[in-house]
Design a protein around this ligand. Structure first.
Ligand SMILES: *[C@@H]1O[C@H](CO)[C@@H](O)[C@H](O)[C@H]1NC(C)=O
Ligand SMILES: *[C@@H]1O[C@H](CO)[C@@H](O)[C@H](O)[C@H]1NC(C)=O
Ligand SMILES: *[C@@H]1O[C@H](CO)[C@@H](O)[C@H](O)[C@H]1NC(C)=O
Length: 382
């Protein structure tokens, strides 16, 4: 082995025969071995090169250490801003049990009508969406009978013990809102105080609600009661948008149920059509005409863009006039009932077309844009 590597390096870097116990060959040894005539120059150059390389490595190490030290210090600090949460997510020492959000946790964030689709796929669920200004996230939940827990993930194989609806969404939301409302709001205008005197997530717009879509992946009949139970902390603090039997009381968090949610069971679980409820059905835009849905049971409607509106022709400047008319028709039908609207399966490529359609949908009055690429959606080109 030694001999092998010797013979390989010999033509490049002549060294003295390798001793039985390898010692770092001193520089003097090496230059002694060099033929004195031609190589003095090149050996000098080699030495300068080596010194420079050593210096660079040293700089890298120092920078690296400083960074780690900073991260460690950040880990120790209780005061987090949102960038720090993103930075330290998943580090072994990370515990969120003592996390204290500063009052200005969301200070520079402008809330946008963006729905973070498959939010749990992002490296850092919830917080990535928040940092990007999204006002809506979606979590797919799976009920496991053995422990009655709701796990969050796209399919069964992607579930893990530490990714529950409570841990990834409910607890961070409750903590953040509790922190934001821990200081008495003195001298604030009523509209700045958010809903029911409770400040919402965003400093810049305290009355903006946070939309939490919960997509029931396991059988609705058994999953729904668990979901309703999971909302309890949000309910206790008065954060949830609630139909109180006669009026809609807007809260700082609004829950929309989708996926395998059984509409009738959702109604009967909350006192029937005249009941009190703090979760709402994600109704199909195409069924608004049936009169089944109103703000006592649904606050957002959804449609498949490709299916209901059509295919956008590339390079045609986005949606055609007739497509825009269709969108406006949907919006009118929803808004007449006080219901908002969201499209999914909008064009995602080419990017220019995607951005054009986003811009046109917002201009038409769509309430939430379904977005997979948070960065693209919040770069503001549309
Ligand atoms: C969650 O658990 C998985 C393994 O089950 C682990 O790889 C991952 O680091 C854990 N994540 C957190 C945030 O603790
Ligand atoms: C529902 O809310 C309205 C408006 O805030 C209020 O007047 C009414 O008394 C409430 N009803 C119940 C049952 O709390
Ligand atoms: C809402 O729709 C339900 C039918 O799904 C109906 O029974 C109820 O009276 C309606 N409520 C309001 C306030 O319009």
């Amino acid at each position: 082995m030694d001999q092998n590597s010797d013979s390989l390096t010999e033509p490049l870097l002549p060294t003295s025969p390798v001793p039985a116990t390898p010692e770092p060959a001193s520089e003097a040894d090496e230059s002694d071995e060099m033929p004195p005539t031609v190589s003095t120059k090149s050996s000098k150059r080699a030495r300068i090169f080596r010194i420079a390389a050593t210096f660079l490595v040293f700089v890298f190490i120092v920078v690296g250490l400083t960074q780690s030290l900073r991260t460690l210090l950040i880990l120790d600090s209780d005061d987090l801003d949102i960038r720090t949460v993103l930075l330290r997510w998943g580090l072994p020492m990370t515990t969120y049990s003592h996390t204290i959000y500063p009052g200005d946790f969301t200070r520079d964030i402008q809330p946008l009508p963006i729905h973070s689709h498959n939010d749990y796929w992002r490296r850092v669920p919830f917080y990535s969406a928040l940092a990007a200004g999204a006002t809506s996230v979606e979590a797919d939940v799976w009920l496991f009978a053995e422990d009655g827990e709701l796990y969050v993930g796209h399919d069964k194989s992607s579930l893990s013990r530490n990714r529950t609806l409570g841990g990834l969404y409910i607890e961070p939301i409750v903590k953040l809102l509790a922190e934001r409302n821990s200081v008495p709001q003195i001298g604030m205008k009523e509209k700045e105080q958010g809903m029911g005197g409770i400040r919402g997530i965003w400093d810049t717009q305290p009355s903006q609600t946070f939309h939490l879509y919960i997509d029931l992946k396991t059988q609705g009949e058994v999953t729904l009661p668990a979901v309703i139970r999971y909302l309890e902390p949000l309910r206790q603090w008065g954060y949830l948008t609630t139909w109180n039997g006669t009026n809609l009381i807007r809260g700082v968090v609004t829950v929309h149920l989708t996926g395998d949610t059984p509409f009738d069971l959702m109604l009967s679980s909350s006192g029937g059509s005249e009941g009190i409820r703090d979760y709402f059905y994600d109704s199909p835009v195409t069924e608004l005409g049936t009169g089944k849905y109103n703000i006592s049971n649904s606050l957002m409607a959804t449609a498949n863009f490709k299916k209901e509106i059509g295919n956008v022709v590339w390079g045609s400047g986005g949606m055609s006039e007739s497509m825009k008319e269709k969108v406006k028709g949907h919006i009118k039908e929803a808004h007449e009932r006080g219901i908002g609207i969201r499209y999914w399966d909008t064009p995602y490529w080419p990017v220019a077309t995607r951005d054009q359609v986003w811009g046109q949908l917002v201009a038409c009055g769509v309430d939430l844009l379904n977005v997979d690429d948070l960065k693209g959606a919040t770069s503001g080109k549309w």
